[in-house]
Design a protein around this ligand. Structure first.
Ligand SMILES: NC(=O)c1ccc[n+]([C@@H]2O[C@H](COP(=O)([O-])OP(=O)(O)OC[C@H]3O[C@@H](n4cnc5c(N)ncnc54)[C@H](O)[C@@H]3O)[C@@H](O)[C@H]2O)c1
Ligand SMILES: [Zn+2]
Length: 536
């Protein structure tokens, strides 16, 4: 597999898209981008055209070779070369030592069209540009052919070229992307990414100022690491602290965030950064979507649940005393940085809590994830970073794929509500103090499976399998002491309830769920009674 340390070197003739592709690729991978021509212009203090005119091509090529040698010694970069850089075998050699070369090529007519936009291109300034381009292309063809990988960009968008490069390099595993509309963002799941944030942050956040919102627990445990990671960067960072816990996921806390933002004179391009669990990312996402009608937000989730789920997908909001997550917006982040190493300090109850939500995702999307959780139970509960990283990545990918197909929950995305109809009702009934979100969802999964079995939609064996997995992870599978009538009434306040009848997502088998509307009072209450009686 392609090592994350190796450079990716984008080369090719002028007008093939090296710079735009390189820049986008770097952004997507969270790497540093180096545009060689840009560096050289800075170093030489004048345009390339001017250097050619005053000193001849020789001086430029010597400086270029020096830069190539320097870059060849660095790691983890995306480099866009100049059009002539790889003509010299020594340059090709230097760049390939620690890098993978990719040559972009385009049909001459396309190149000519793209070059109609004025630019600093001394080699085609004189004479008839069309003829010069054909001649240069002819001259260089042999050298470009020495580069092992080629992509024809004639009919591709920058985005499509980047996709191809990633798949050429076998980087699919690291490509967790969420698309919404014409844009998208990347979810990075990587051990140690928090400490290395400095290198990544400037490539994803659109401003030089950020306001980090966190709670006292996360700040005490990881605030210093974050501050250290950001230090020295050309970036102003301020902290806002909000109270910890689901019971503070309300309008009062949102108000506090606004107050701080006003006091700090946060501007339209100030980036809000959520640093904490799902409560923090939901609240900060909401504040970001409404403050000044919307400012960018970046999520750095620090719980298992938030890393694999809550921080991805752009749903924001807070609870109403009578209904969970009742008020909210859609506001997609600019990126998500999930570092499994921060889970070291997460209490075991919250690891279990996250795993319940992951089992929900597995039931919707992947047998592979479900069996991995079963197989690696012990390692996961022991917080082994590698085991955690793998399930987070799989879970994040399921969420990202579903969200990308339906970013604003018009249809398909509703299936993520599996286990949540009952889950939310239970959370509300406990006034957001008794059960954690994932725990409530775990019980909700059991109810959904039981309802599906009752309707003969699903094999009872699947229900048994999930109950036994939840139990072995130490998660609750039975209803807490509760009144079914009361629970039914809370269900009616659910956002998906229609004409006084709740909507449930019910599983058919792993990877196949269905939204079922209009469940009857009788079937729901009977199922709840069964569960309370401890019957599985
Ligand atoms: N927007 C969405 O799509 C979405 C999806 C799922 C869940 N959610 C929401 O997420 C919330 C649940 O998130 P959660 O489970 O992360 O809860 P949480 O945010 O309350 O965090 C759990 C606890 O862990 C602490 N904590 C966080 N990181 C820690 C660390 N590294 N070490 C030690 N302690 C740490 C927190 O301070 C908190 O006390 C719910 O409100 C739920 O509605 C939202
Ligand atoms: Zn959830």
């Amino acid at each position: 597999m392609f090592s994350t340390k190796r450079n990716i070197v984008i080369t090719g003739f002028m007008g093939t898209g090296k710079t735009s592709v390189g820049r986008e690729l770097a952004r997507r991978l969270g790497r540093k981008f180096v545009d060689m021509d840009e560096v050289l212009v800075k170093r030489l203090g004048t345009s390339i055209g001017e250097v050619f005119r005053q000193h001849g091509e020789g001086l430029f090529r010597r400086q270029e070779a020096r830069l190539v040698a320097e870059l060849g010694r660095q790691k983890g970069l995306v480099i866009a070369t100049g059009g002539g850089t790889v003509l010299l075998p020594e340059n090709r050699q230097d760049l390939s030592r620690n890098g993978e070369l990719i040559c972009l090529e385009s049909a001459p007519e396309v190149v000519i069209r793209r070059l109609e936009v004025p630019g600093d291109r001394p080699l085609i300034l004189e004479g008839k540009p069309r003829e010069r381009i054909y001649r240069l292309l002819e001259l260089r063809r042999g050298s470009y052919a020495m580069v092992p990988r080629h992509i024809d960009t004639s009919h591709l968008t920058v985005y499509q070229v980047v996709e191809r490069i990633l798949s050429h390099l076998g980087l699919d595993e690291y490509r967790i992307l969420v698309h919404h509309g014409e844009v998208g963002y990347q979810v990075f799941v990587e051990q140690g990414i928090l400490a290395n944030l400095r290198q990544r942050l400037p490539y994803v956040i659109p401003s030089s100022r950020c306001v980090i919102v966190t709670n006292p627990t996360v700040k005490r445990l990881w605030g210093k690491t974050l501050c250290q990671a950001l230090k020295g960067e050309d970036l102003a960072c301020e902290f806002i602290t909000i109270p910890d816990g689901e019971r503070h996921k309300n309008l009062t806390t949102v108000g506090r965030i606004y107050d701080h933002l006003v006091r700090l004179k946060a501007e339209r391009n100030t980036c809000l950064v959520s640093f904490g669990g799902g409560v923090v990312s939901d609240l900060v996402g909401f504040a970001a979507s409404t403050y000044m009608r919307g400012v960018p937000v970046l999520h750095i989730p620090t719980t298992l649940l938030a890393q694999g789920d809550a921080a991805i997908g752009g749903k924001t909001g807070f609870d109403h005393p009578l209904s969970k997550n009742l008020i909210g917006t859609f506001h997609h982040p600019v990126a998500v940085f999930a570092d499994p190493l921060v889970l070291r300090t997460l209490p075991l109850r919250h690891i279990r809590n996250g795993l319940a939500e992951f089992i929900r995702s597995a039931l919707i999307g992947s047998e592979d994830l479900l069996s991995e959780i079963e197989r690696n139970k012990k390692k996961l509960l022991a917080k082994e970073p590698k085991a955690l990283e793998s399930v987070i990545r799989k879970c994040a990918r399921i969420k990202a794929e579903i969200v990308s197909r339906d970013p604003y929950e018009k249809g398909l995305r509703r299936k993520l509500n599996l286990g949540h109809t009952i889950g939310h009702a239970l959370e509300t009934m406990g006034e957001y103090r008794t059960l954690l979100h994932g725990e409530a969802v775990g019980i909700g999964l059991v109810v959904a499976l039981r309802l599906a079995v009752r309707r003969a939609m699903c094999d009872p064996a699947l229900a048994e399998r999930v109950v036994s997995l939840l139990k072995s992870l130490g998660l609750p599978t039975e209803l807490p002491k509760s009144d079914e009538e009361k629970l039914w009434n809370v269900l009616l306040l659910d956002k998906k309830t229609k004409n006084g009848r709740p909507t449930f997502v019910l599983p058919r088998k792993v990877g196949e769920v269905e939204t079922v509307e209009g469940l009857t009072r009788h079937e729901v209450i009977e199922t709840l009674k069964e569960l309370k009686g401890g019957k599985r």
